[in-house]
Design a protein around this ligand. Structure first.
Ligand code: SAM
Ligand code: SF4
Ligand code: F3S
Length: 442
């Protein structure tokens, strides 16, 4: 009998990809998605453990579901993702409303786990790291994502063990999917109508399958007809190898936005974080890429007030931001994570941490505003993804991932068109479609 599943996803893009693949899988045992909480027979929550706030959200969310179902039949409650991995059986004890817990490398077991629960009613957790079996299993299930821009995981896990980060513990050791498995899945996405593929990995540029690197994959995927744009995230400065840098010369479809998390502008802090790169090497990468194409822009992730960050370290971060002029960056105050090396280090004063975050964000936001302002009056290529929720405008993205809104007809969805930018704010560009007869059609 068909059952309705409500899927809620927190966290990074990989969790979004995983939730889609979980849905592709549970369809095989007759689940269909519902967008309404209160009609769900099964409630699945995909979780993130990266900062403490992200974790607490999980228990709040379960509390919300409990309330919604107070006077109804309790749904089957499944928690997956990085909190599931980190807390495994603890979760079942702390919140008895949860029935099943599955870590990110156990999704191939989800159907059996559900069926088993439904026949025996015994709570269960699956948190083994078995990425090979997971991807072998999932590769036999068609990826049915049909968005214009689709995620595709090519690599999972991490062996770098930055002292602040839970990912090596929640996603397990670094694993690269077989090259052909990825190409096959990209073909499915292209057949489903995707025009842009965003290759994902916690260390995506460490991808290495039998000496095929990320550069090989990009050049192979851009041959697929229908695919117009390729992006990848998240990369590590240490794995920004020459072949990948050269891909910015050789590829026609790789977008000119490089998301390369630096975390701090101070070598002392990078060393304390166990980042395995310096500001000098980071700037070398930046300069090499700018030399290849001066239109390349950088975005980054910053951790503010890492234990040991003194005023001069913080100033180094500001200096780096001024030098690189990052666009679209993420910045957060350090959040101690259990089990990591930095878990118990003495924290920087809360008020000073907040002040530093504000200074950094103001700088980052003003770079973003300036970058967008510079585009006013110019014509840019955008990929049209869909219509805005109120249906009044088309929603598209620039080559730098900035949202672009303009008026146009539905048949432009999935096409690359030129838009003349009239107005902008920090996050959005507003424009007019340029004469359609001269448009390049994807
Ligand atoms: N692999 C990427 C890299 O090496 O930079 C980062 C992946 S991590 C999922 C995404 C971002 O979360 C990091 O770049 C970092 O800025 C942030 N992050 C990770 N752990 C954190 C912590 N304990 N406190 C605050 N931010 C954190
Ligand atoms: Fe986390 Fe990235 Fe460091 Fe790996 S390289 S430990 S994912 S921050
Ligand atoms: Fe969060 Fe796990 Fe992604 S901790 S950021 S969901 S890899």
């Amino acid at each position: 009998m068909t059952q309705k599943i409500f899927i809620k996803t927190f966290g990074c893009q990989m969790n979004e990809y995983d939730s889609n693949r979980i849905y592709d899988t549970v369809k095989k045992i007759d689940f269909v998605k519902t967008e309404k909480y209160n009609e769900a027979d099964c409630y699945l929550l995909n979780t993130c453990h990266i900062r403490d706030k992200a974790k607490e959200k999980v228990y709040h969310e379960i509390g919300r579901v409990k309330k919604i179902f107070r006077s109804k039949t309790k749904p089957l409650v499944i928690v997956v993702g990085c909190v599931a991995q980190a807390e495994h059986e603890e979760m079942l004890k702390r919140e008895p409303y949860i029935d099943l817990v599955l870590g990110p490398q156990a999704y191939h077991k989800i159907n059996d786990t559900i069926l088993n629960y439904q026949s025996k009613k015994s709570k269960h957790e699956e948190t083994e790291f078995d990425a090979i079996t997971k991807f072998e299993y999932l590769s036999k299930i068609k990826n049915q994502a049909s968005k214009i821009s689709s995620f595709l995981t090519i690599q999972e896990g991490c062996d770098k063990f930055c002292h602040f980060c839970v990912v090596p513990y929640t996603r397990g050791p670094e694993y690269s999917r077989p090259f052909n498995q990825i190409v096959d899945e990209a073909k499915q996405l292209a057949d489903n109508g995707s025009k842009e593929i965003i290759l994902l990995g916690q260390n995506v540029n460490a991808y290495n399958f039998e000496n095929y690197r990320l550069s090989n994959l990009i050049l192979e995927l851009e041959k697929l007809s229908g695919i117009e744009r390729i992006r990848y995230t998240t990369s590590h400065p240490k794995d920004m190898t020459t072949d990948l840098i050269d891909t910015y010369k050789n590829s026609k479809k790789l977008m000119p936005l490089v998301h390369l998390p630096v975390q701090s502008g101070s070598d002392k802090i990078l060393d304390l974080m166990n980042r395995k790169h310096t500001i000098k090497t980071y700037l070398e990468i930046f300069n090499k890429l700018k030399k290849i194409n001066s239109n390349i822009e950088f975005s980054s992730d910053f951790i503010i007030a890492y234990p040991g960050e003194e005023e001069n370290d913080f100033e180094d971060t500001i200096k780096l931001i001024d030098e690189i002029k990052f666009i679209n960056s993420f910045s957060f105050i350090f959040s101690p994570r259990p089990g990591t090396v930095a878990a118990d280090l003495p924290l920087i004063d809360k008020k000073r941490s907040m002040e530093r975050l504000e200074i950094v964000q103001q700088k980052l936001f003003s770079n973003q505003i300036n970058m967008n302002k510079k585009l006013e009056g110019k014509q840019i290529n955008v990929l049209v993804e869909n219509r805005t929720d109120d249906k009044s405008k088309l929603f598209a993205r620039s080559e730098y991932m900035t949202s672009v809104l303009f008026s146009g007809s539905d048949d432009l969805v999935g096409k690359i068109v030129k838009v003349k930018i009239k107005k902008s704010n920090q996050n959005t560009l507003f424009g007019d479609l340029v004469n359609q007869s001269n448009q390049k059609v994807a």
